[in-house]
Design a protein around this ligand. Structure first.
Ligand SMILES: NC(=O)C1=CN([C@@H]2O[C@H](COP(=O)(O)OP(=O)(O)OC[C@H]3O[C@@H](n4cnc5c(N)ncnc54)[C@H](OP(=O)(O)O)[C@@H]3O)[C@@H](O)[C@H]2O)C=CC1
Ligand SMILES: Cc1cn([C@H]2C[C@H](O)[C@@H](COP(=O)(O)OP(=O)(O)O[C@H]3O[C@@H](C)C(=O)[C@@H](O)[C@H]3O)O2)c(=O)[nH]c1=O
Length: 307
């Protein structure tokens, strides 16, 4: 990789449009990517106003686009399928069309929730999608729409994203642990937690590789990109709270419950582990062990000055 521009992981070059206002992944991309990143969110770029997508594209004139904006409220999507579809299906298609016209790559972020979780083994990119809710269905449709509209689309499917900022399960657990001596968390859904910073670094390495070597046909398509290793939501809660205890927080009693004991409007996959070998084979990228990154994130969250 060429020498990165001071303050970022990207070498010199033109603007990279990142969609997403205060989103976790968009924030990490801006922080790690350096001066080439143009992060644009609402109100300037609003997927409920499709014209704003082309307007933003024109004003930024990007050399690559990373779509990190999406409707991510899994349960709320059940009652608002049109809004979820606008953000998760229609907007990626429009972005992909604009990228195709400009002849530039689109890195589109997607989710493990495109699967029902019943396979009983890590999913590969060749497995058919089988979403169980509106969020997963609209995200699966967005993948296909983006791939069809731009031959230079890289879909990165990730899972269980957390960071020191924004809304995520890790922060929810740490906040809940402060107020409650007992937490109940499902122990029969497994997957791979992914640090937003790690995912952002993977995206930036892919962009840099494409710029260095030029576009190759192998780059088009779907890639799984989750933190290495696996756990349950209960395991993730315990790990986060154990780390928080290093910072003086009281460790609550974290009880493992069954999915049936935590009813939600949208059904979550029981086992959404993703096989990430293709990402390594094609781009030479593997995300770190989830627990190492989790500890670093909790440290950053609870002792920001030390990080
Ligand atoms: N969070 C997770 O656990 C996972 C996320 N993903 C995927 O990763 C990507 C990034 O997720 P993450 O950063 O965690 O998401 P966040 O929920 O943290 O951020 C979502 C971003 O999307 C923006 N957004 C939502 N609706 C619209 C809209 N109608 N128009 C314009 N912008 C909109 C939000 O804008 P604003 O700041 O204005 O609210 C926000 O910036 C998404 O594609 C998501 O599906 C995949 C797996 C797991
Ligand atoms: C807050 C809480 C949740 N749970 C359960 C509910 C659910 O089954 C599981 C996860 O909780 P959440 O609803 O916070 O997570 P959820 O919104 O389902 O997270 C998902 O977000 C989208 C955007 C993705 O793409 C996925 O990869 C995944 O990260 O934990 C408990 O058991 N106890 C609790 O106290």
């Amino acid at each position: 990789m060429a020498a990165p521009v001071s303050g970022g992981l990207l070498p010199e070059g033109g603007p990279v449009l990142v969609t997403g206002g205060s989103g976790q992944v968009a924030t990490s991309l801006e922080r790690l990517g350096g001066p080439r990143i143009r992060r644009v969110g609402r109100p300037q770029l609003d997927f409920d106003r499709p014209d704003s997508i082309a307007e933003t594209f024109r004003s930024v004139a990007p050399v690559a686009v990373v779509n990190a904006a999406a409707w991510t409220a899994v349960d709320a999507a059940e009652n608002e399928p049109e809004g979820a579809a606008r953000a998760n299906r229609d907007a990626p298609e429009i972005l992909a069309r604009l990228c195709a016209e400009a002849g530039i790559p689109l890195i589109h972020i997607s989710t493990d929730y495109v699967f029902d979780g019943d396979k009983g083994a890590p999913y590969t990119e060749a497995d058919p999608t089988s979403p169980t809710g509106v969020y997963g269905r609209t995200k699966a449709e967005g993948e296909q729409a983006a791939l069809a509209a731009n031959p230079r689309t890289v879909v990165l499917r990730t899972s269980w994203v957390y960071s020191a900022t924004g809304k995520n399960f890790v922060r929810t657990m740490i906040n809940a642990g402060e107020k409650n001596p007992v937490l109940r968390v499902v122990g029969d859904q497994q997957g791979s937690p992914t640090s937003a910073d790690d995912l952002a670094e993977a995206v930036l390495r892919i962009v840099a590789l494409i710029e260095r070597d030029g576009w190759k046909p192998d780059y088009a398509g779907i890639f799984h990109a989750s933190g290495t290793g696996e756990t349950t939501w209960h395991g993730l809660a315990v790990a986060a709270l154990e780390r928080a205890a290093h910072h003086g927080r009281t460790m609550p009693d974290v009880q493992a419950i069954r999915t049936a004991d935590w009813p939600t409007p949208a059904r979550r996959p029981a086992d959404s582990r993703l096989d990430c070998d293709k990402l390594h084979r094609v781009f030479g990228v593997r995300l770190p062990e989830w627990r190492t990154s989790l500890d670093r994130t909790v440290d950053r969250l609870l002792s920001p000055a030390a990080s």
